[in-house]
Design a protein around this ligand. Structure first.
Ligand code: NAD
Ligand code: UD1
Length: 335
């Protein structure tokens, strides 16, 4: 018997697909809703290979309120894990309305349906970007949010967090868990799932993967003159399977009201260290060139993951080296 029925929005995407596999393996029944704007339907075959069950799939856009209501009408979901959204920071600067409409508008439709059909538990994919610029690189959940967010993408995450908080004020039976991710990397240990965006990527790891495949000539490193040990930017990279397990731990501890957790490792890794780790795992040199700083980049930030450890009993188990090996396995499988 299933432990509960979960609707995963954005479930064919990078983080949603890994979380779906973990949920099924932990005994939950999962249904996926995705409009496939940044993922492929073949991901369902891969989830089935890993977990032994093919999740029911709805090719539905969150902005289509009528179709969404149809999903909830027959669904009977206990919880929604809400990953669906657009996430390209630079694109959000060029197309702010599209980002607000998709991410904020889509979430409002989702919450309306949840309310109407009596599903009152939601786990939301937020981001460390909501902290904006802080005086210290170690981000803790009690810090202010929303003040200095540099992109419309980041602002959609902040706005959705605020909307979710307001929903729990209006309805005390609503349970909201907000997970603020740091930098997810890596792939499923089977090599069957990984990050495979439809468009040209902007984040470090998918670009490294494209350089390794020869689809991009070199990695351009954005600055080596930051006040960090080697001059390149430092981030908190978290293996996507650890992140998926964090969702499971958080969901199993849900109660009415809002809970907020950082999901990160607590350790910083520089861009040069990331390149070295990839080269160590692949045994080949990665063509790189240092260019100027990227606008809006912070020198350094990483998570204080203490709260998730204390309240959820969750902490990362996998390393950047593990992530590199799993990424290479995914590259070979998807070649
Ligand atoms: P992804 O693009 O791989 O997955 C998102 C999925 O949502 C895609 O499959 C896409 O097709 C779907 N989608 C987008 N808009 C939709 C809509 N209107 N209706 C239905 N489906 C829609 O991204 P990901 O890396 O797996 O990220 C998942 C979530 O986590 C996103 O909300 C993202 O903003 C957030 N997040 C990601 C990172 C990261 O670095 N990957 C960091 C922090 C937060
Ligand atoms: C970016 C977003 C952030 C979002 C996060 C996770 C910006 C300014 N911030 O953060 O809002 O929450 O992704 O999706 O875009 N790098 C290179 N060369 C490249 C690409 C990246 O040197 O071609 C460096 C960057 O300078 C950075 C590090 O690699 O120091 C990681 O970059 P990236 O993967 O884009 O993540 P963030 O900048 O942390």
């Amino acid at each position: 018997m299933s432990k509960g029925k979960i609707l995963v929005t954005g479930g064919t995407g990078y983080i949603g697909s890994h979380t779906t596999a973990e949920l099924i393996e932990a005994g939950y029944e999962v249904e996926i809703l995705d409009n496939l704007c940044n993922s492929k339907v073949e991901v369902l075959d891969r989830i089935e290979k890993i977990a032994g069950v093919r999740p029911k799939f709805y090719d539905v856009d969150l902005r289509d309120a009528e179709k969404l209501a149809g999903v909830f009408k027959s669904g009977g979901f206990d919880t929604v894990m809400h990953f669906a959204g657009l996430k390209a920071v630079g694109e959000s600067v060029e197309q702010p309305l599209r980002y607000y409409e998709n991410n904020v508008g889509g979430t409002i439709n989702l919450l309306e349906c949840m309310q109407e059909y009596g599903c009152k538990k939601i786990v939301f994919s937020s981001s460390a970007t909501v902290y904006g610029v802080q005086d210290t690189p170690k981000y803790v959940e009690t810090m202010s949010t929303g003040g200095t967010i540099s992109s419309p993408y980041g602002k959609t995450k902040y706005m959705i967090e605020e909307i979710l908080k307001d929903v729990t004020v209006a309805d005390s039976a609503f349970a909201v868990t907000i997970l603020r991710y740091f930098n997810p990397i890596g792939a499923h240990r089977s090599g069957l799932l990984g990050e495979d965006p439809n468009d040209r990527p902007n984040n470090l790891m998918p670009i490294i993967m494209k350089v390794a495949k020869g689809e991009i000539g070199e990695l351009t490193i954005f600055g080596d003159d930051y006040p960090t040990p080697d001059g390149s930017c430092v981030r908190d990279y978290i293996h996507v399977v650890d992140l998926a397990e964090g969702h499971l731990a958080a969901m199993e501890q849900m109660g009415p009201g809002v809970q907020i957790y950082n999901l990160g490792s607590g350790a910083g890794t520089s861009v040069f260290e990331m390149v070295k780790a990839f080269e160590k795992a692949s045994g080949a040199e990665l063509p790189c060139r240092v260019i100027g700083r990227r606008a809006g980049d912070l020198a350094e930030f990483y998570a204080d993951p203490g709260l998730a450890k204390e309240k959820l009993g969750w902490e990362v188990k996998l390393t950047v080296d593990d992530a590199m090996e799993d990424t290479l396995r995914f590259l070979r499988t998807s070649a």
